[in-house]
Design a binder for this molecule. Structure first.
Ligand SMILES: [Zn+2]
Length: 232
């Protein structure tokens, strides 16, 4: 039986002599493992469908892709080495967190995120950092950036990351193994969380604050999902 899904290619690997295995993040069913047959020959009709980041409407018969209508290739991501590494981290993160059930919120976030990465010419790290904040939100680990996640009080002067719970807490609620979040890194995370993807280009983030924030977000990702991403 055939099915049609809107999906993004998040992983692509060789299979047998001429085939490719791809992993799709679909709107309708979450993660789907699929095969592209004969696509390594230069004239193959579906050879474009093995490319990472491709967003299209895929028709599948069982596990085999029988047709694909491209919606966007996001090819500009692949053309630039910095963008490519940032994008590759985003796809790796998706491959880790997406399960075989739909998550429309995360799917739409992913499309916005890839669009910004491809077309907005943003400084390195903006899109990946914002995307990590969104991932926590759409998987039930929303970061509490306004108030202490534990007592709901104001942060006052200091705030801390509790990696065991994935929460941001105040001084009173912090324990010895929490990591203090600098003012700069905290401001950076708030700006990123509050600014929609299409307005990211209006942000002027401090480079050190961004580095620190990204480091904390990557560490939180590792604690939540037990797998690490490579630092860009
Ligand atoms: Zn507190």
């Amino acid at each position: 039986m055939e099915k049609k899904v809107k999906a993004i290619v998040i992983k692509s690997s060789d299979y047998k002599e001429k085939d490719k295995h791809i992993v799709l993040f679909s709107l309708e069913e979450g993660k789907i493992f699929a095969t592209l047959r004969g696509v390594k020959s230069p004239n193959a009709k579906l050879k474009f469908a093995k490319e990472l980041f491709l967003f299209g409407e895929f028709v599948l018969a069982g596990e085999t892709v029988t047709s694909c209508e491209v919606i966007d290739t996001f090819y500009d991501i692949v053309k630039d080495v910095d963008r490519y590494y940032e994008g590759a981290n985003i796809l790796t993160a998706l491959n880790i967190v997406v399960g075989e059930e739909p998550n429309a919120q995360l799917f739409l976030e992913t499309l916005k995120c890839l669009k910004s990465l491809a077309y907005e010419n943003l400084p390195r790290g903006y899109v990946l950092s914002k995307f990590l904040i969104s991932i926590f939100g759409s998987l039930g680990y929303r970061l509490s950036l306004q108030r202490c996640a534990s007592c709901a009080g104001d942060f006052a002067i200091k705030r801390f990351f509790n990696f065991n719970t994935g929460e941001i807490v105040c001084l009173n609620c912090s324990s010895y193994d929490c990591v203090e979040i600098s003012k700069l890194a905290y401001a950076t995370m708030r700006h990123l969380a509050e600014t929609p993807y299409e307005k990211l280009s209006t942000l002027k983030l401090n480079a050190r604050g961004l580095d620190e924030a990204l480091g904390l977000l990557l560490k939180n990702f590792e604690f939540r999902f037990s797998k690490s991403l490579s630092v860009i």
